[in-house]
Design a protein. Structure first.
Length: 456
């Protein structure tokens, strides 16, 4: 259990013990799992591995109360006498953060790493490039950030509105910035998976190096699917081999994202397949959105993110590929949270807190005997309409807490989830300074009246 581990066996009627620190012993058990025993003698943690110890420490922090989540001030000194036996349901418990549409400074990415750790999530998928911006420093091709990292304007609200903000937007991470993020995450047992999106969503690269594109044009100021895509010339393939080489030098992750989605005219998958094979040649695993299945045959080690529902993931499992479930109907956290007119920039499918918690990452119809493995799931936070960390907080929380419990806990749902969230976890988010959406609806300052959305 993630928010408050269950089952919890309280010793001696739930009496309190003085907190004296902890001792950890490594034992056999499921990866990421642990046993936490609190008594007058202190806290004993038995963990399968270092990640299990980290998970146990997060539970210990939860048991100490919301004050334990503050950076300074009086710390709690007592803890319930209890025994907790806990381990995750899935090995891949991820979040995709889109820093291409709206750039988040490094300090905010580090803050999100910390928030993932608090929720026992262990994968951060960084969407580093798109039509609207290139965020990864490539030393061999400096124009990617000199030209591609900023745009002259941004659509304000849904693209059908025709409105623009009237100001430029930009930013990028140096390779040292990204190495710092990777190291910070590694210390919290979180893998950072980078994504360079090809062959669509590439207008920022085409703006910097026009010879890469089928058509020209500057960094895009609009949202949605862009008809301007990369060409399949061998010179373009070589360009991206060099880009991915630098990417893999910065990111040690086993899995490397190459996008592959929403690319009109690239149904043959030539470029995707070429880069996937290059990633494999470097000893890594390609990771793409479910459109990469159009590029079959793909390297056997390719991981598929099933976002257009679950069908792509089911197909990929049947082909022998490992799969991460992230269907937009359930875990796109930029989608609107209610039908209220006060909901800021309402886009996409209605996805309430209860909807996220009710979702099961395992689709019906699977037998468990498919040649591929269902690694787990991730929630996706696209930022077309989230132009600041405050807006990302509003979209992500508390739904991300519900998602975290879904990918950690057994499939059976707890009818007391919302009560536990309100009584125990929202005070922790308050202590952490997370500007989440209240359960009763947005604060007045979280609304954006007059900014049009496009709800489905």
């Amino acid at each position: 259990m993630n928010l408050l581990p269950r089952p919890v066996s309280y010793v001696d009627g739930g009496r309190l013990c003085e907190y004296k620190g902890w001792e950890t012993v490594l034992v056999d058990g499921p990866p990421g799992g642990y046993r936490l025993l609190s008594s007058d003698d202190g806290v004993l943690i038995e963990a399968h591995d270092a990640e299990g110890e980290m998970n146990a420490l997060q539970t210990l922090r939860q048991l100490l109360g919301a004050q334990a989540f503050r950076a300074a001030g009086d710390k709690p000194s007592v803890i319930p006498a209890c025994e907790v036996v806990d381990y995750p349901r899935f090995g891949w418990r991820g979040v995709m953060l889109d820093v291409a549409r709206h750039f988040l400074p490094k300090r905010e990415v580090l803050r999100y790493v910390e928030l993932l750790s608090v929720h026992k999530l262990n994968v951060l998928h960084l969407h580093l490039t798109d039509d609207q911006g290139w965020r990864f420093e490539v030393k061999r091709y400096p124009k990617l950030t000199e030209v591609g990292s900023w745009r002259e304007d941004s659509r304000f609200g849904d693209r059908r509105s025709g409105g623009l903000k009237g100001r430029p937007h930009g930013g990028f991470y140096t390779q040292d910035d990204l190495r710092e993020i990777v190291a910070y995450a590694r210390a919290r047992h979180i893998a950072v998976i980078p994504e360079i999106d090809i062959p669509g969503h590439s207008q920022s690269a085409i703006a910097a190096y026009p010879e890469l594109g089928v058509h020209g044009g500057g960094v895009w100021t609009d949202w949605g699917v862009n008809e301007r895509v990369l060409n399949t010339n061998e010179s373009t393939v070589d360009f991206y081999r060099n880009v991915f080489d630098e990417l893999m030098d910065v990111f040690p992750a086993e899995v490397i994202g190459l996008g592959g989605d929403e690319a009109p005219g690239h149904e043959d998958g030539v470029l995707v397949r070429a880069i996937a094979e290059h990633v494999v040649s470097r000893g890594r695993r390609p990771y793409g959105w479910d459109e990469v299945l159009d590029a079959r045959p793909l390297p056997a080690s390719t991981v598929v993110a099933s976002w257009r529902g679950v069908e792509g993931g089911i197909t990929a499992l049947g082909d022998g590929h490992d799969v991460v479930m992230c269907p937009e109907q359930h875990v796109y956290l930029d989608y609107r949270q209610s039908d209220s007119p006060g909901e800021p920039i309402p886009v996409g499918t209605l996805t309430t807190l209860e909807d996220v918690y009710a979702w099961d990452p395992v689709p019906g119809g699977l037998t468990g005997e498919e040649p591929g493995r269902l690694l787990g799931a991730q929630a996706n936070i696209w930022t077309e309409h989230l132009d600041s960390a405050r807006r990302v907080d509003y979209a992500a929380f508390p739904r991300l807490a519900a998602f975290a419990e879904v990918v950690w806990s057994p499939a059976e749902k707890d009818p007391g989830f919302v009560r536990r969230l309100e009584e125990h976890h929202l005070p922790r988010l308050d202590a952490l300074g997370v500007e989440y959406r209240p359960l009763t609806g947005p604060h007045p300052w979280q609304r954006l009246p007059g900014v049009p959305g496009f709800p489905r």
